[in-house]
Design a protein around this ligand. Structure first.
Ligand SMILES: Cc1cc2nc3c(=O)[nH]c(=O)nc-3n(C[C@H](O)[C@H](O)[C@H](O)COP(=O)(O)OP(=O)(O)OC[C@H]3O[C@@H](n4cnc5c(N)ncnc54)[C@H](O)[C@@H]3O)c2cc1C
Length: 245
């Protein structure tokens, strides 16, 4: 059987490993951090969980994705959150009923990663530093030693993937050049908590800010009687941020 190495235990790497595992194909995942889920990031603070990456799930148009959302619901990894979303524009606040409900996780959305990671072979704290081709196989250099693979799956963000492949695959522009066209923007999340003896007078749970170049969403998440306001700032360039603050 061919050796398959997956770099990254974010949702993409875990979903790939899980799909192969269910078909009897073994993989090895190399993850630089001590945990799973990558940008689906949850932090524990003040006795509750704060999602500072992905904040909610909503079903989409792909039946395979919708089946996965249903599986997560059936296993109590996620639960119904709301089906009403507010929009803030220069005209004020308006409520809109969603055609598809929003789902959140009572223990933080990174439990989706933990769910997918079950029964998978993951090498934590293993940072890949360079990738080469040697004797028609992938040679993967890490801070924990060298790994070899017949098939390699890369899931770090495109700029990081490009850096890892640059030195060893400079003769393969068909791999490197498409990665150069994928641009990433900076994101900042602000999480503010309230003491659980207080109540926050609010009839909204999600506000999408339509006319702001800096503020994108406000989320009010009630977990374990602690009420959290999650603010997400998305800005496409540093100068955009400076212009708006
Ligand atoms: C604040 C925020 C809000 C978001 N909201 C939404 C949303 O509403 N809807 C939506 O669809 N998406 C949203 N996203 C995006 C979504 O979270 C990501 O697209 C998705 O989680 C990416 O998963 P991934 O597995 O592709 O990559 P990642 O999660 O980045 O996983 C890559 C993994 O590779 C590991 N890695 C990187 N380099 C190395 C290395 N050299 N060696 C070993 N391991 C390495 C990383 O540690 C990480 O675990 C949001 C993201 C953020 C940050």
């Amino acid at each position: 059987m061919k050796d398959i190495v997956i770099i990254g235990a974010g949702i993409a790497g875990l979903a790939c490993g899980d799909w192969l595992r269910k078909r009897g194909i073994k993989t090895q995942i190399l993850e630089k951090s001590a945990g799973v889920a990558g940008r689906v990031a949850t932090r524990r603070a003040q006795g509750t969980w704060l999602d500072h990456g992905l904040t909610y799930l909503q079903t989409g148009t792909d039946p395979r994705y919708n089946a996965f959302v249903k599986e997560l619901l059936d296993c109590h990894v996620i639960q119904f959150w709301t089906e009403s979303r507010f929009f803030l524009s220069v005209h004020g606040l308006a409520n809109q009923l969603e055609d598809r409900p929003l789902f959140a996780s009572p223990n933080g959305l990174n439990t989706i990663g933990k769910y997918l990671a079950q029964n998978q072979h993951i090498n934590y704290k293993t940072k890949v530093t360079e990738i080469k081709i040697k004797d028609d196989r992938w040679q993967i250099l890490t801070d924990q030693g060298e790994f070899r693979a017949d098939i390699l799956v890369m899931t770090p963000p495109a700029p990081q993937t490009k850096e890892l492949l640059m030195a060893g695959l400079s003769d393969y522009p068909q791999i490197i050049t498409p990665l150069e066209h994928i641009k990433f923007s900076s994101t900042m999340s602000l999480l503010a908590g309230y003491h659980n003896s207080r109540s926050v007078p609010s009839d909204w749970e999600v506000i999408e800010c339509r006319d702001s170049k800096v503020l994108q969403h406000l989320f009010l998440i009630v977990q374990n009687r602690t009420i959290l306001v999650v603010l997400l700032w998305f800005y496409t360039a540093q100068q955009n941020l400076q212009r708006n603050t």
